[in-house]
Ligand binder design. Sequence first.
Ligand SMILES: [Zn+2]
Length: 429
Amino acid sequence: MQAVKMGNRDVMAVSLYPKEGNPLWEEYSTKAVAHTLRSYSAHTFDYPYPKAISVHAKNQGMEYPMICWNYGRPNEDGTYSDRVKYGMISVIIHEVGHNFFPMIVNSDERQWGWMDEGLDTFMQYMAEQEFGEAYPEAVAPNKAYPSRRGDPSKIVPYMSGDQSTISPIMDNPENVFQLGPNAYGKPATALNILRETVMGRELFDHAFKTYSKRWMFKHPTPEDFFRTMEDASAVDLDWYWRGWFYTTDYVDIGVKDIKKYYVSNKPTKKMQDYMAARNMTEADLPPLVYLAEEGSEDFDENLKGKSPSETSQTLKEFMMDNMTEAERAKVKEPKYFYEVTYDKPGGIPMPLIVEYTYADGTTENITYPPEIWRKNDKEISVVISSDTELTGVMVDPKAETADIDTTNNSWPKKEQNSDFDNFKEKIKG
Ligand SMILES: [Zn+2]
């Protein structure tokens, strides 16, 4: 038993277990209950009840207001596996967590299973990660808490699976084939990605807290959740709800093509045609820098990698005439220009997260917002320039988006081992 401060109240975190539960239960049960109350309250509202009780059970976990039973029994000699230990801590967090969703924020699980299981599993994921930070001795050295659900990679098998066995999250739970990934795992991952990658923690947490407080002791429907998340954050998330909750689409974004351009000392063929059609000469134009695509008729191998003022006589003259030496020294002149085309075989629009690697070993990370897909949902191109040559492009380098096919995520294309190769390496090592 342990008292947990909630404002000016003391809430009792309580465990009930027979000696068969030890040594696991005396070590972790009350710790997990108290941690859950603190973590969930910090993300929602102060736990309003006087106590929360975790009762030992041999199998299963089940929630009731203020009391729940939870599995996690050591072997007769008192030893236990990591699986039993983490399973126990996780189930306690989950079942105590149900006090918040759906008992206080009282949604209807018969209509929308995800509104309590999904929200609770998402909260469970955050609480587990925070548990690993609060009690580093309870997890493997320098490792995060091994959450079973919530991490983007965990939902890839389900979202890339046979479409005839997948339902949208919004389906009635009775019509869903696999309730685990549908009502627990996918909404947990969707909200985790929304928090970490799309909105950022500060904005998401404010909106989520607003939802929790606004709907405590009331009966929210999905629209109430969606609308509160939007009006509290002032972010239009319709596209996100549509993709993740109303469809069985998946995330897949890839790098399709890269065109290389170099500075040219004469107008490109296209520009010459343009001028000819209007009876113009170069003298009629302001000083321009022309870019020639590598391998095209405009391309001159000798000018590869030269700066604009090294290449273009008119630009050089313009700079000499109009700028002081100090100003000229400050001008940044990229030498390499690229048009990078990304495609999106997946139906869900997501931020385009890219890591560019250059020949000097530096990397640059750019996140293009999801709005980049607004005008063309299948394919977009961006132009980048640099002082050194681009040597690599990697989409979603930290696996944040649950991208189901990573074979198209890098340029140059990486050789990927087949499952058989991976198996061979595994049995060798
Ligand atoms: Zn549950």
